[in-house]
Ligand binder design. Structure first.
Ligand code: NAD
Length: 432
């Protein structure tokens, strides 16, 4: 496969300059200075076997395919609040001052552009660094201008736009608006604020400018036929939805244990306490619903009742998120899993994950950006299924009845094979 080399600067434009974005940024800047390591990043650490038998070797991603280097990245952002990345990192309280201060100058230089925002989509936010647009179409045009200006000012060869902003309220797929690109464009021009979320304006603007778009929240945004059409038309990759960080990572890695051993499942209760701004926004029922749908989708495609009706019919799957300020970004997730074994005898499994949300999300931002840029250079466009590994609710063509792959290890095989293919090697299904 012919992949265009990763020459020149890659601009990463982040929608939202909150906990995840600033943790990501601080990390990249400090890795560049040799002050820390990009732990958790597949593109920086993982090695994939290429070839088989006596020809086999294990190579880092960058030795198989041309990836942008950390030194070649430049950053920009949009946010509802005017705080620069240093102030935002301090506010987020994910990282300690001693880890932020050595890269303070670099962080201060990242000042957010005015957001395309509609308070109805995140009622708990009240920043004023917001564009004054009369219609959704005006939002698109203003964002396109931002993208072009950023690219020129920073002398970027290529860009990627990633959404790491708050979760919007739930926008169900509405065929008359979301079904085709023409209908979506018309709705933007008619300022249909009910069906066109601000996030759709970011995605549309990115694709229109020939820039890949990644959705890190569970928003509907690019998960609609109109956007698939836009991605086809512009030949740009899209990926989503929702970074797979803590609880869902565990779920998609643990559920296969139950499924592989043919044990039964009668219930899986997942709850979380979390106290950052993300938790505050998710405390609003309409915003939580978007997350709930995303988190619930994981199990059903791994433990399938139509495949194993004795084992997986009618299991009770519940997900809760509770806003609890004292914990800030240090989320606590509890999973109670009720399983049954031989002759139906019940057993329980408890998992208590005391994680750090943004510490888990930051390497995903890096990997998703580098791999989307790679995909664009490899001529891949539309939904990037090989990136499902990083996502809680992987995009799939639901109009054709496609079942998404949620099983972590199947997702990993898809990821490795895409890298192998882009690097000119044979895909395979072996375990290592
Ligand atoms: N941290 C994780 O583990 C994790 C996992 C999966 C998904 N996510 C998602 O990632 C997103 C970011 O999480 P976070 O912890 O950084 O949240 P955060 O609240 O710290 O940051 C989000 C930022 O987005 C800004 N924002 C909201 N709407 C905007 C708009 N229309 N345009 C520009 N900026 C806007 C907010 O002002 C805020 O500063 C959330 O949607 C969250 O659900 C996070």
């Amino acid at each position: 496969m012919n992949v265009i080399p990763a020459e020149g600067k890659l601009g990463i434009l982040m929608v939202g300059l909150g906990a995840v974005s600033t943790t990501f940024l601080t990390g990249v800047y400090s890795v560049r200075k040799g002050l820390s390591k990009p732990v958790g990043s597949m593109t920086q650490y993982d090695k994939i076997r290429v070839g088989q038998g006596s020809d086999k070797k294990y190579l880092a991603y960058g030795d198989i395919v041309p990836l942008a280097k950390l030194d070649d990245l430049v950053f920009g952002a949009w946010d509802v609040y005017p705080a620069n990345a240093y102030q935002a990192a301090m506010y987020a309280q994910v990282l300690q001052e001693k880890d932020i201060n050595p890269v303070r100058d670099e962080l201060e230089a990242v000042v957010p552009m005015k957001a395309a925002f509609d308070k109805n989509y995140a009622k708990r936010l009240d920043g004023d660094n917001v564009k004054d647009c009369k219609t959704r179409w005006e939002m698109v045009e203003a964002l396109r201008e931002d993208i072009r200006r950023f690219k020129a000012d920073n002398d970027c060869a290529r860009l990627v736009v990633i959404w790491a902003a708050s979760t919007e309220i739930y926008v169900p797929v509405f065929e008359p608006v979301h079904g085709t690109l023409a209908a979506l464009e018309q709705a933007m021009k008619a300022n249909d604020t009910v069906h066109v979320a601000p996030s759709m304006c970011y995605a549309y603007a990115a694709l229109a400018e020939g820039v890949p778009f990644i959705m890190g929240a569970p928003n509907t945004t690019v998960d609609i036929p109109a956007m698939w059409e836009m991605a086809e038309k512009t030949k740009m990759p899209i990926a989503g939805k929702d970074f797979k960080t803590g609880q869902t990572l565990v779920k998609s890695g643990f559920a296969p244990i139950i499924g592989t051993r043919c044990l039964g499942l009668s219930g899986w209760f997942s709850t979380n306490i979390l106290g950052n701004r993300d938790g505050l926004v998710l405390d609003e029922p309409d915003n939580f619903h978007t997350k709930e749908v995303s988190k619930l989708s994981t199990l059903e495609s791994i433990l399938q009742h139509d495949v194993q009706p004795d084992l997986y019919t009618d299991y009770y799957h519940k997900v809760r998120i509770n806003y609890y300020p004292p914990r800030n970004d240090n989320k606590e997730g509890w999973d109670n899993i009720d399983i049954f074994g031989w002759m139906g005898y019940p057993m329980q499994i408890k998992i208590n994950f005391l994680c750090r949300d943004s510490i888990l999300a930051a390497p995903l931002v890096l990997d998703l950006c580098l791999l989307s840029d790679l995909a664009a250079r490899a001529g891949r466009y539309g939904i990037q299924r090989f990136l499902s590994f990083f996502l809680k609710s992987p995009m799939h063509d639901y109009t054709q009845g496609e079942v998404p792959v949620n099983h972590l290890f199947q997702q990993y095989t898809m990821l490795k094979n895409a890298i192998r293919e882009m690097g000119g090697y044979e895909p395979d299904e072996e375990l290592d």
